[in-house]
Structure formats: structure tokens, C-alpha cells
Design a protein around this ligand. Structure first.
Ligand code: URA
Length: 441
């Protein structure tokens, strides 16, 4: 078999066989096929797409490129949750302790941020001492003991995806349904959970900008999971403006803890309840959506989710006093008010531009090697639908470098669209995709 023939076949719009897909994934992982040939194939896939069968074969080739994790030593049905990536998306920090407090084991494999999207691990590491470094045994013991643990992706988990993702990132081939679906599902399948809840983001801050593309991505991932015996469902949620108000690592931890204590943003809590409901149903902990919602809400009012979060932070080496006194989180030197330059309704807050504005301050990485500043970021004051006057504060920049703050402020102002006409309300949840089909709300 020759890589040249595989590229030519896909370039001409033909379907690749399982053997051809296995050949390029294995050859690339081992370093036998060069980047330039795989780049050409990725671009051919981008334009000519892959069939459902090809996407499933690509997923399994990536699963088989490394180790798969056996979670059978964890008692109960293990449910994993994964977001396709967004801005201000601190869902895991709130959702995981809520679900764990209901008695469902959460064995979560999380990532770091890249580009305009943030990563759960970076956020958690803004808590002094917190670490995702642990042996497989410690990870399993923690889940058995306190019902939750968050680990990083090990080098051996779907290594083909790691290499391919890095290549896609620099060859403008990220936003393709088959490539995203296989990338996410290969990691989820290899990570060993029995059931998977996917949070598929849609809008300007998401990889999938349109609703139709988001539903297609969700359906593709649900099909892949279902076909390998993992109960998989996907929720389509809004990412046309940041989730909650805070964007930036320590700032997001603060907002997550406030949500666990019952005074966080409504959209964040509602999304956690919607996703958590599906997790509880899949785990067999609740029989109806109403029952699940009630159980989850109760973890907030009783304080059990907050206590669970503290237990989890302690178990992974973090300083719990930081959670008890949020003033101890890393703090930026300057807090700068950003004021509206006109009067009107906020009709749009382009989420990826807010992500970039936070990245400029140092909250994200320009390259994989750059380090991040946990203290910096943005706290939005006014969201879509608010009426503002010229000079009203619309957001705060938390900065350690005033030059960066200037550039970031410009980006932030560009992200805000302020117009005369009141915008239509956009829902937070657009639908749910299960193995039985699509339910649109
Ligand atoms: N997240 C992933 O893990 N992979 C993608 O391709 C996109 C988002």
C-alpha cells in the first residue's frame, strides 16, 4: 500500500477502505509517513468529506493507536462528559461535583486550553498545589472513594489523535465534522467510560458555527459511540456568547465555586443541570428527568456539591483554604473598566474574539509551549440583550501587563455589537441527540 494512492483516492472523492485508514493512521503514529503527506490527505478529507463508515473506521484506528483504559475496578456505571470547546466553559468544575454528590462516579479525562478555548486542567491548576499527575491506581482509588477524579490525557491515550490534532491545528483542517467527531470519540472510547454525555457547542465561540453543522457533528458522535456499545447522548448548547461571566483560569474557578455555593450565573447552572440530568439517567440513578433535576438542584441547596468539590481538590493535592477564601486565588495587578462607546442593545458578543482578548492578556497559550498566567482574564458585566448607555461599564479586564491590556481592550470592544434594535432571545439549549434520533427544542 502507498500513501500517495490513498491521497489520490481521497482527492478524487472516493471512499477509503478500513485497511487504507489503518495504514495511514498507524504509519503516521509511528513516524513512517511524513507530515506533508498527511497534511495533503487531511485537506482532501476536509473538501471531500468522509462517509459515516470511514469516520467510524478512523475513530477506531485512533483508539487502537495506543492504550485503552480499563475502569472496571470502579464500581457503578461510569459516565464521562465532554465539551467540544468554548469560551468561559467552566462546566466540568460545577457539573462533576454535582453528579458525584448524587453518587455517580465521574472519572474525567480533561485537556488544556489551546487557541481561543480554555481547558479544565489549566483552570484547576490555578488552585495552589492542585495536580492531575497521579498513577492509574490513585485515579481509580479517588473515584471509588470520593466519586470523582480529573486526570490529564496520558501520552499513550489515542496518540494518533494527538499528532493529527496538532497537524490539523496548523493546516486549517480542524473544523471538519468527521475529523472532530473521530478526534473526540477516539479519546472518549479509549478513556473507558460506559456512557458518554457530549456537550456540543454551537455559535461564534464554537468550532461548529451553525446549528445544522452542530447537529450533524452530534449525530455523528452519537452514532460512533452507540456502535461500539457506549451509551452516548449529545446536548447542543449555545456558545454564541461566553458561558457565565468569567473568562480566564482563576476567575473561572471563582465563578464555578460561587455557582456551587448557589450564587452563580443562571446559564452555567442550567447547562450543568441539563447535562447532569442526562448523566444521572444514563447511570441509572434517576428514572425521570424531573427526578434527576431535583436531585441535582438539591446538591446546590444542601451544599453537598460544594463539599464534594473541596474533597476532590484536597484529594488531588490542592489547598482547600483557597476554595474557602476565594481571595487567596491568584490575583491580577490591574482591574480595568471597559466602557461602551455607544448607546443601545448588546446584540452580539462574538465569543471567539472574547477568547482571543483573554488569550492576549495571558489566559491562554499562543503555542503549546507557552505558559499561562492564571490570574488574568475578563469578567463580562453586560451580556446579550442588555441596554447600555455610552460610558457604561460592559466588562472588566484583569491584567498584569498594561500594554497587553490595551490590545485586549480593543479586541473586546470589537467583540461587542451594540445596536438600536433589541435582539431576539437565543435559547441556551437547542436540542438533544440520542441513538433514537434528534429532539429539537
Ligand atoms: N476537541 C477535540 O478533542 N478534537 C477536535 O477535533 C476538536 C475539539
Amino acid at each position: 500500500m502507498r500513501m500517495y494512492d490513498i491521497i489520490l483516492k481521497k482527492r478524487n472523492g472516493q471512499e477509503l477502505t478500513k485497511e487504507e485508514i489503518d495504514f495511514f493512521v498507524e504509519g503516521y503514529t509511528k513516524g513512517e509517513i511524513p507530515d506533508y503527506q498527511v497534511s495533503a490527505l487531511l485537506m482532501a478529507i476536509y473538501f471531500n468529506k468522509m462517509s459515516k463508515r470511514e469516520t467510524a473506521d478512523l475513530t477506531m484506528a485512533m483508539v487502537n493507536s495506543g492504550e485503552t483504559i480499563d475502569l472496571s475496578e470502579i464500581e457503578g456505571i461510569k459516565v464521562d462528559k465532554h465539551s467540544t470547546g468554548g469560551v468561559g466553559d467552566k462546566t466540568t468544575l460545577v457539573l462533576a461535583p454535582m453528579v458525584a454528590a448524587c453518587g455517580v462516579p465521574v472519572a474525567k479525562m480533561s485537556g488544556r486550553g489551546l487557541g481561543h478555548t480554555g481547558g479544565t486542567i489549566d483552570k484547576l491548576e490555578s488552585i495552589k498545589g492542585f495536580s492531575v499527575e497521579m498513577t492509574k491506581k490513585q485515579f481509580i482509588d479517588n473515584v471509588n472513594k470520593i466519586k470523582m477524579a480529573v486526570g490529564g490525557q496520558t501520552a499513550d491515550l489515542a496518540p494518533a489523535d494527538k499528532k493529527l490534532y496538532a497537524l490539523r491545528d496548523v493546516t486549517a483542517t480542524v473544523d471538519n465534522v468527521s475529523l472532530i467527531a473521530s478526534s473526540i470519540m477516539s479519546k472518549k472510547i479509549a478513556a473507558g467510560a460506559d456512557a458518554i454525555v457530549l456537550d456540543v457547542k454551537t455559535g461564534t465561540g464554537a468550532f461548529m458555527k451553525t446549528l445544522e453543522d452542530s447537529f450533524e457533528l452530534a449525530q455523528e458522535m452519537v452514532d460512533i459511540g452507540t456502535n461500539v456499545g457506549r451509551n452516548t447522548i449529545a446536548v447542543i448548547s449555545d456558545m454564541d456568547q461566553p458561558l457565565g461571566y468569567a473568562v480566564g483560569n482563576a476567575l473561572e474557578v471563582k465563578e464555578a465555586v460561587e455557582t456551587l455555593k448557589g450564587h452563580g450565573p443562571e446559564d452555567l447552572l442550567e447547562l450543568c443541570i441539563v447535562l447532569g440530568t442526562q448523566m444521572l439517567l444514563l447511570a441509572g440513578k434517576a428514572k425521570t428527568e424531573e427526578e434527576a433535576r431535583k436531585m441535582l438542584q438539591e446538591t446546590i441547596t444542601s451544599g453537598s456539591a460544594y463539599e464534594k468539590f473541596k474533597e476532590f481538590v484536597k484529594a488531588q493535592g490542592g489547598d482547600v483554604s483557597v476554595i474557602e477564601d476565594l481571595e487567596l486565588l491568584p490575583k491580577a495587578e490591574h482591574v480595568i473598566e471597559v466602557k461602551s462607546d455607544r448607546e443601545g442593545y448588546i446584540t452580539k458578543i462574538v465569543a471567539d474574539q472574547i477568547g482571543i482578548a483573554a488569550l492576549i492578556l495571558g489566559a491562554g497559550r499562543e503555542t503549546k509551549e507557552s505558559s499561562i498566567d492564571p490570574a488574568v482574564g475578563i469578567v463580562i458585566k453586560e451580556k446579550v440583550g442588555s441596554y447600555v448607555k455610552k460610558g457604561d461599564v460592559i466588562a472588566y479586564l484583569y491584567a498584569n501587563d498594561l500594554n497587553k491590556a490595551k490590545i485586549s481592550e480593543q479586541k473586546l470592544l470589537e467583540a461587542y455589537h451594540i445596536e438600536e434594535k433589541k435582539p431576539e432571545e437565543r435559547p441556551l439549549i437547542f436540542g438533544i441527540v440520542t441513538k433514537d434520533g434528534i429532539k429539537r427544542f
